[in-house]
Design a binder for this molecule. Structure first.
Ligand SMILES: [Zn+2]
Length: 318
């Protein structure tokens, strides 16, 4: 029997935890659901990630408002995926910041990604009718974007570390507190979604640049906030997941095997360590499909549509 499509059967509400990581630095984690954060400037807020809908974002903002009533000047989007960006209107931010490629990806495939992600993870789309449309960044950059937090609060550095989870991921780095919001470039005990990824670059130079920041505290895309030695462990886990996939899919291709065989071999190789982590079964068909393309010479990820999602699922998880 076919497994329920993606996360369509995952309807159990996750409990959210708000942590104050340093003076004016907040993270909201949710048992493997997408994480969000906020950083206080002297007289404004920077929010990191927007959630899937304005309704979902308002629940997060209500919790944040128990700590600060400063207005949101900047909303930072780590990448273009719908569950990270479509709640943007709730923040009423002056500026929506993202990478140049994120702006291009929203224009190119934002609509298809919205429909795809809604089908894959319907629980995250609380009150889907509250989404006013696609979220288009209003300020973009290629390498680095520095926000002076004002007063004696120092800088928040937005950095591009190379292609990884998508073509345009960025991280938010507080050098003074050594706190890193890594977006989906690093997951802490959650499976990786690599359906739009550049696996070889992510596993090497991109994660090298993330690790070189030498963060003391890291908030990944999903999973708990990690501190100290656990930061390195989360980065290593992310790299290991990618390397296992790369090794196994390359081996199947070199002996003339099929995509279905590659999926089954990757599943067997990853399941003992990662099979119990959030969204593992959901992600793996899309992950192996994209890696198969990447190693076959398909430069840019093909666009996922609701229809293509179901085809790949039926072929691999069926
Ligand atoms: Zn993502």
């Amino acid at each position: 029997m076919m497994k329920p499509f993606a996360s369509s059967a995952d309807l159990t509400e996750k409990s959210q935890t708000l942590e104050v990581l340093a003076d004016g630095v907040y993270a909201l984690t949710a048992e493997g659901d997408p994480n969000v954060g906020a950083i206080e400037g002297a007289d404004f807020l920077v929010c990191f990630e927007a959630m899937a809908t304005p309704a979902a974002a308002r629940t997060w903002l209500a919790r944040l408002r128990e700590h600060t009533d400063k207005p949101v000047r900047y909303l930072v989007l780590s990448h273009y995926h719908a569950v990270r960006v479509l709640g943007a209107s709730a923040f009423e931010a002056d500026v929506i910041v993202a990478h140049d490629m994120t702006r291009a990806l929203v224009a190119e495939r934002g609509q298809q990604d919205w429909e795809s992600e809604y089908g894959r993870m319907p629980r995250l789309f609380e009150e889907p009718a509250s989404i006013p449309g696609l979220t288009h960044p209003t300020a973009t950059f290629s390498d680095r974007f520095t926000i002076d937090l004002g007063g004696d609060r120092g800088d928040l550095e937005l950095r591009y570390c190379g292609r990884g989870h998508t073509e345009g991921d960025i991280v938010a780095w507080l050098p003074r507190q050594r706190i890193l919001f890594a977006g989906d470039l690093v997951e802490a005990q959650a499976a990786l979604y690599t359906g739009d990824a550049f696996h070889r670059e992510w596993a090497t130079g991109t994660l090298d640049r993330v690790a070189a920041l030498d963060a003391q505290t890291l908030i990944g895309g999903r999973g708990a906030v990690v501190h100290g030695a656990d930061v390195g462990a989360a980065i290593s886990q992310t790299r290991d997941f990618l390397r296992v996939m790369l090794t196994e899919v390359a081996a199947v291709q070199s002996r003339g095997g099929t995509l279905k065989e590659a999926f089954e071999i990757v599943h067997t190789a990853l399941a003992p360590r990662y099979g119990g982590w959030p969204i593992f079964e959901h992600c793996l068909p899309f992950d192996v499909s994209r890696l198969w393309d990447e190693l076959s010479g398909v430069e840019r990820p093909r666009i996922w549509t609701a229809e293509r999602d179901r085809q790949v699922w039926a072929e691999l998880q069926g």
